[in-house]
Each structure stands twice: as C-alpha cells, then as structure tokens.
Write a protein that binds this ligand. Structure first.
Ligand code: UTP
Length: 301
C-alpha cells in the first residue's frame, strides 16, 4: 500500500553521540543505555515511537554502541536461564520489535545531530519520518510522539516539539521565530540555534522530538558546518523555511533532560515515584534525606 504523504511509519534514533557530559559512566557504555529506574533511555523512546504507530526503528549508531543492538535482540542466554520464570521472561522480550523492524547504520564520526539524521537517508527514503532523541525522556499521555503524529496529519512539512524555556537558557536550544499560534500549535517563520537571551526571537525551545519532511536530506547534504564544526539539524530546518510548512507543537508531556546529570537524577526520582513496587520506599527515603538537617543527613531505614 502506498502511504499517505502525511503517514509517519519510520523513526530515526540518533544514538551516535559521545555522551561526554556523562563521563566516566559513558566511557564504555552508550549514554542512551543508562537506565531510568530499570529501563534504558532508548527503550522508553522506542516504546513512545511504537505507541505513535511507528513500524520501522532506525538507529544511527557509532563506536561503542553495540549494547543498543543487543538490547533490541533476543538474549538466548537469559531466555534459557529464565525459561521457567515467565514474569522475567516477559520483561526481557515481550516488547521486542518484530524481526526486520529494527535497523542500524553507523554515523562513523559524531559530526552533529544534522549529520546523524542525514546518515539515515537511504533507510528512510522519500517519506516523512520521526526523530526521537532518547536523552530527552518525555512522559505524557497520550505519549508525546503520538501527539506529534496527530498534529502532523494536519500540518505536514517539518514539525518540532517545543517548550517554553527560561529566558536565561535560550543559548542551550534551537529557538523558534514565531509567526502565529493556534492552541498548542505554533507556526514558525524561522529558527535560531542557541541564541543568547538578548538575540532570542522567543523562548520556545526545540526539544528532542521531530517529524521531518524527507526534503531535509538534500538540504543537510549541502548545509555548511555550524557551531563546533558540526552539521546542525537547526540549520537544515532553517534552510527549508518557506519551502514546506514549519510548525512547533507544545506537547502535553513532561520532559526530563537526561543528557544532563541533574535532569537524569530527577527523571529517576519521578519515574520511581510512579512505580507501585518501589514508590513508598523511595518516597520515605527522599523525605528522610530532605527533611533531615544538612549535617545529619543519611539514608533512612
Ligand atoms: P547530545 O548533544 O545531547 O549528545 O545529542 P552527545 O553529543 O552524545 O552528548 P554530550 O554533549 O557529549 O554529553 C542528542 C542525541 O543526538 C545523538 C546523541 O547520541 C544523543 O542521543 N547524536 C549527537 C548523534 O547521534 N550524533 C552526533 O553527532 C551528535
């Protein structure tokens, strides 16, 4: 069946970055495999994509990222050892994508997010596709990418997930130049990569979810290297402004910036407080830690 021009079937997961902000934890393991409670970040992202109707999961990896491919494969050793304990067997493979639904390509050199996305061009082909950055953990219902796909079916073009950022932090994000707003949807006339607060056209920062028009591949092929010698996705989006619709969507979801140590710790606490099996104990320990005078703080129990 030929997909409608606004059907999103494929998702790209750029996981080729070095994760330097998380060293030494990321020296020998991918940042995207860091667990929030008991699931790796990239696993949450794949679940979110699947809930949005995505059928093909494309990982753009790099050196030292083999654990990601193993995670989305059958583990014969574990399966063998757990075969009689069905609850754990469920945990290791009930969620596995079907054979052939997952594919991998290598970025070879971490030359930026735009470059990572461009590396997926042959696997995506000529159709719109989602991009999910696993280190932005998005918790919402319906899941964030589902909200994006629904909005995309109305607007097409390029759609980015946005949130209001503190004015002092505009220099950490791609910031939208807003042309108009319609509820959660924002029409953009441009985007600026990491502007100083005084130069930011708004405080709407792009976070790690995108649905992109396949025309972005040609554009990325030709954009100049930007900040830090990297090929920025923002530059590709800017170059396409005016050629296809460009919107931001304020998703109804809570974002945890797990590429940052503090954000990662907060994500673990937030998810733990939602888990029935551990939340009471975690809450009790947190209250003890926070409630105790600074000099006498120690784990309760
Ligand atoms: P980040 O900039 O947060 O990741 O990119 P990083 O470069 O790995 O982290 P630090 O700053 O050194 O700590 C967001 C996502 O894009 C991927 C990363 O793997 C991460 O999932 N990425 C980034 C690539 O796939 N390739 C790149 O060249 C850069």
């Amino acid at each position: 069946m030929v997909p409608s021009p606004k059907t999103v079937r494929k998702a790209v997961f750029p996981v080729g970055g070095l994760g330097t902000r998380f060293l030494p934890a990321t020296k020998a393991q991918p940042k995207e495999m860091l667990p929030v409670v008991d699931k790796p970040l990239v696993h949450y992202a794949v679940e979110e994509a699947r809930a949005a109707g995505i059928e093909q999961f494309i990982f753009v990896t790099g050196r030292g990222k083999a654990a990601i491919a193993d995670h989305f494969d059958v583990s014969y050793e574990l399966k063998h050892q757990l075969s009689t304990r069905s609850k754990e067997a469920e945990v290791i493979e009930d969620w596995l994508p079907d054979p052939g639904q997952v594919c991998f390509t290598r970025q070879q050199e971490p030359l930026g997010l735009g470059h990572a996305v461009w590396c997926a061009r042959h696997l995506v082909g000529d159709e719109p596709f989602a991009v999910l950055l696993a280190d932005d953990l998005m918790l919402g219902e319906p899941p964030c990418m589902r909200q994006m796909v629904d909005a995309y079916s109305r607007v097409g073009g390029n759609l980015v997930c946005v949130e209001n950022v503190a004015p002092a932090f505009t220099s950490r994000y791609g910031i939208l130049d807003v042309a108009g707003e319609d509820g959660r949807l924002v029409r953009a006339r441009g985007i600026v990569e990491k502007p100083k607060p005084s130069r930011a056209p708004s405080t709407l920062g792009v976070v790690g979810r995108y649905i992109l028009h396949p025309g972005i591949f040609n554009v990325l092929e030709n954009v100049e290297r930007g900040t830090g010698g990297e090929i920025q996705l923002t530059d590709g989006l800017l170059a396409m402004t005016g050629t296809v619709p460009f919107h931001g969507l304020r998703c109804d979801a809570r974002r945890f910036d797990c590429g940052d140590k503090a954000g990662f710790v907060v994500a673990n606490v937030a998810v733990a407080l939602e888990r029935e099996d551990i939340r009471d104990y975690v809450r009790e320990q947190l209250e003890a830690l926070i409630g105790a005078p600074r000099s006498t703080r120690k784990a309760a129990g």
